[in-house]
Write a protein that binds this ligand. Structure first.
Ligand SMILES: C[C@H](N)C(=O)N[C@@H](CCCCN)C(=O)O
Length: 460
């Protein structure tokens, strides 16, 4: 007698894609807000008198609570202990609270003129708001990974994760493209207006997650109904943290992650300046070339995810993506390749690398650790990654000031330094070399342990 496999809600295409759309929408709003201030640096200086170091303090706040107060790790543990509904709701709420604090700080006139611990009060509270928001958005990021695994395991797992990342990139692209127009919409520039739009978007994102909670409850009910013997699943224990950090495969992914992302996100922070100094692009247009990066990844990340689902080769995809990263940064370093058309080509190639690695890396984590440890494992990877995202921009800034100043010039009526970017680009290429090494180690470990990284995710 053949036993019929009982279906759960995840077998309904409509239900699982709706669940993905809701959770990804919340993340998209988070990514929009994460970058809403990036194009406003000049306006912040002009409108509310922020200096470059004020702006630097504010951006570095992203890691304050996540890295130093270990909030990200606590978030992962909470996720594995209490599940996606409470954690996701809490994370989305924290994003809203952080954003509201930041909006209050930026729009308030009462904070101007005073300081706290040597930091302008307005910068201080805006940074506290941003640091709070960062806890929410990072914990939401790991929660969404678990949400996607819950719905898409054995199905279109990497495609779904790729689509989630693609929607997040849409959020980033919207912030880069529309933050300045929003601030200037009435003709009088007001940076707080863009922050307010981000706050409204996040409130809608919170509502979307509330709707998700209802579908998630139905999924759990359908799983319980379908389980014939009603076996209790093993629960996450604090001792599982030891199991994660003694897992070599997990370390290889965490190190690959910090190396790869350190050669992309921190590079983007200096890319506009690189366009001016090396490729001779006008200041006003220089930001346009790096801003092309998210657009390519919107199409390519799900495409590569789909390839991984159907054909496997996850570890190989990560190796190829890291090799491409080296090629891009080495070509950026070659002094005579200084035509802006080459810069565009290299950013497009970087976009391909930045689609290849994430499309394979995040689904691969689910093959290396069991579901009950997924939140904590992801949180620990993000934590390691956040050190790189915080430290590498500081390292590059220090290298530029110490070794790369070539002279001075007048731009926009201000005397500024000119830089030779060869050394910073070689440093980024060095991260790429190490990333390839760890991607290979991961592939070898996969062969030894049989994680199935080279196998398709889709079980027909
Ligand atoms: C910045 C954040 N820690 C991060 O690494 N985000 C990834 C996407 C993670 C997707 C998890 N479902 C990114 O590439 O933006």
């Amino acid at each position: 007698m053949t036993e019929k496999i009982r279906e759960t809600l995840r077998d309904s295409k409509k239900a699982r894609w709706t669940a993905l759309a809701l959770a990804s929408f919340t993340m998209m709003c988070g990514y929009f807000f994460a970058d809403v201030m990036s194009p406003l640096k000049g306006l912040l200086e002009g409108q509310i008198g922020w200096t470059s170091s004020d702006y630097g303090t504010f951006t570095s706040a992203y890691g304050w609570f996540n890295v130093f107060l270990l909030m990200l790790i606590f978030g992962g543990i909470i996720l594995d202990k209490v599940g996606v509904r409470i954690t996701g709701f809490g994370a989305a709420l924290i994003m809203v609270i952080g954003t509201a604090i930041q909006y209050w700080a930026i729009s308030s006139t009462t904070l101007q003129g005073s300081s706290i611990w040597g930091i302008k009060s307005q910068v201080f509270f805006a940074s506290i708001g941003y640091a709070t928001f960062a806890v929410g958005v990072e914990v939401a990021g790991i929660t969404v990974t678990k949400v996607i695994y819950k719905w898409f395991q054995g199905k279109e797992l990497a495609l779904a994760m790729g689509l989630q990342v693609a929607l997040a990139r849409v959020g980033t692209a919207f912030a880069l493209a529309f933050s300045v127009p929003i601030a200037k919409i009435t003709g009088v520039a007001d940076v707080s207006r863009s922050v307010l739009v981000g706050l409204i978007a996040l409130c809608i994102g919170l509502l979307a997650f509330v709707v998700y909670i209802f579908i998630d409850k139905k999924l759990d009910q359908s799983i319980a109904d379908a389980k014939p013997d009603n076996l209790e699943e093993e629960e996450f224990k604090i001792s599982d943290i030891r199991k994660i950090v003694t897992n070599k495969g997990w370390w290889f992914i965490a190190i690959l992650c910090v190396l790869f992302y350190s050669a992309v996100f921190p590079f983007l922070k200096y890319a506009t300046d690189l366009m001016v100094n090396k490729f001779g692009v006008e200041m006003d247009l220089a930001g346009l070339i790096p801003s092309l990066l998210p657009f390519g990844t919107i199409l390519l990340t799900p495409l590569f995810g789909n390839i991984y689902d159907r054909m496997g080769k996850g570890a190989s995809i990560m190796i190829w993506g890291s090799v491409l990263l080296i090629v891009v940064h080495l070509l950026f370093a070659v002094p005579f390749l200084n035509n802006w058309a080459i810069a565009i080509l290299l950013v497009i190639m970087l976009g391909i690398a930045f689609s290849l690695v994430p499309s394979a890396m995040w689904p691969s984590v689910t093959k290396i650790v069991p579901e009950r440890q997924l939140g904590t494992a992801m949180a620990l990877i993000f934590w390691v990654q956040n050190w790189g995202l915080m430290g590498v921009p500081l390292l590059i800034g220090w290298v530029l000031d110490k070794y790369c100043i070539t002279g001075q010039t007048v731009r926009d009526g201000l005397m500024v330094n000119t830089y030779d970017y060869t050394l910073p680009m070689l440093i980024f290429a060095g991260f790429g070399f190490l990333a390839v090494l760890f991607a290979f180690l991961l592939k070898i470990e996969d062969r030894k342990k049989g994680y199935g990284l080279e196998k398709p995710n889709y079980i027909r």
